[in-house]
Write a protein that binds this ligand. Sequence first.
Ligand code: ADP
Ligand code: MG
Ligand code: ZN
Length: 610
Amino acid sequence: MKDDKTLLKQILGYAAVSLIVLLLFNALIMPSISRNSITKTNYSFFLQQIDSGNVNKVDITNDEIRFEVTTENGDKKVYSTGTMDDPELVSRLYEQGDIVFTENHEKTNVLLEFLLSWILPLVLLMIFWNILMKGMSKRLGGSNAMSFGKSNAKIYVKAQTGKTFADVAGQDEAKEALVEIVDFLHNPEKYAEIGADLPKGALLVGPPGTGKTLLAQAVAGEANVPFFSISGSEFVEMFVGMGAAKVRDLFKQANEKAPCIVFIDEIDTIGKKRDGSINGNDEREQTLNQLLTEMDGFNGKKGVVILAATNRPESLDPALLRPGRFDRRIPAELPDLAGRESILKVHAAKIKTVENIDYNAIARATAGASGAELANIINEAALRAVRSGRKEVIQSDLEESVEVVIAGYQRKNAVISQKEKEIIAYHEIGHALVAAKQKNSAPVHKITIIPRTSGALGYTMQVDEGEKFLMSKEEALARLATLTGGRSAEELIFNSCTSGASNDIEQATKLARAMVTRYGMSSSFDMIALETVTNQYLGGDTSLACSPETAAKIDEEVNNIVKMAHERAVQILTENIDKLHELAQFLLEKETITGEEFMEILNKQPIPAL
Ligand code: ADP
Ligand code: MG
Ligand code: ZN
């Protein structure tokens, strides 16, 4: 697609330039060539000259009269003037006797003029473009700019991506696997000696933003061999057969340049499972079939390695995944605590910061964030520093930008009534208090009631001390109680409920449902998978795998679990109602309080009544 568009643009560009050159040529140069000896004059001068007998030759065309005048010193001079509706002109000329006059002067001249002014420059231009195009296609490595059905894979050599493995933080397993591939391309003998074949293809899988494309670019930077990079969507064409032709061309080029690496990004666009449906997508299937054939076709020892990336591995055609094609799967998972910290540091190295920044604290506050989000956090922090007129990024810039990435910007001029503010403050303290009063809950880090552009009117941030990989049933229940804590506080204090809890409800339902259907944490079902995750890396959609009767039971069970958590939250808040009031008032006044301030008030002994 891109190819055809640029081609069209080029052609249009040539046409425009040619037209302009032609017009300029005709407007500026031609008149001075063909009329250099002709002087313009007016009609009365013409008549005057006739009457005084100086004119000896006249040519009359539709819109011009040219006449030759003999001047006093005997020279002949040609003048030109416009025509007039002058019926007496002919008789006037005739009366003078010795004037030769014709109408429509020299036809051949017109033809010659046309050839000279339009055809000749056009021919010259075409020759010129031809030379230019030849020069260009030589520079593009011999490919003809006019060809269709060619792959337009970009070829990278080392200097061009500028990325190395040092730019990729964390992802150690993925790097290790890729380093081996790079090593093979450099010393194939080492592997041939023992008789080992290198994997033909490796598939990078993982959620968006975990650095799959970045890893491939790093391989390009380290490998020192030609690196073809193409995105799956570039194979998708309007016409059946075009994508397959592109695949053929890509592999032909790769074979010529071996050893080399071919990287196909977002391979799921062409590698989707072929299904038996009649109205299947012909073009896509042909492209996939061609890819399968090509991958079988080349010799594993020759040194063409195919890398591909996707975040939907489950949608790929099984034929693509069998050994001999993409027989290696390299996971690029969301980074853990240490990974997040090192990603933050890699990106922070590109900006100016004060010394002693606590990256660990930022990494702890960003559980579940991808590499791309972390890179974004660093950039937001730098922007914030500029906005506040500082030359370096400080810790609070980073902390604020974490919240910007999670919840959006502060809505400074949102007008919220005092009554609503009060409800929001109690709601948030409700969450925090329930969290703090339970054993299996992460500590409160920050509470705020400043509204955000994401629509959140306030939120309570909890930050775990370390990294958690498992969630126990107790922790899940504690989390549910915390989620219901906001609504519980509203009910206790205002005796009503608001729509503000909708997000809490959503999260609580999702967690309780997973406990029942996937974690085996309910009392009525044993270790039974009632739901399966279909879209692991993109949102984690699930589909039910049980009878409708069981589905009804699941709903009931989910409701029971949430209900119990809700009751527990109400109980905790009732027991601590004085603290709830005190903390809510404090939050209303300050709008944002830290975890320490919160704990200090919470742990303060009440002044004993006398
Ligand atoms: P995807 O997995 O969706 O292809 P990308 O490779 O395009 O993700 O990553 C997007 C950006 O996120 C990168 O350009 C980089 O700035 C940042 N990033 C992601 N993962 C890492 C990582 N492990 N180390 C450093 N930067 C990373
Ligand atoms: Mg990508
Ligand atoms: Zn809430």
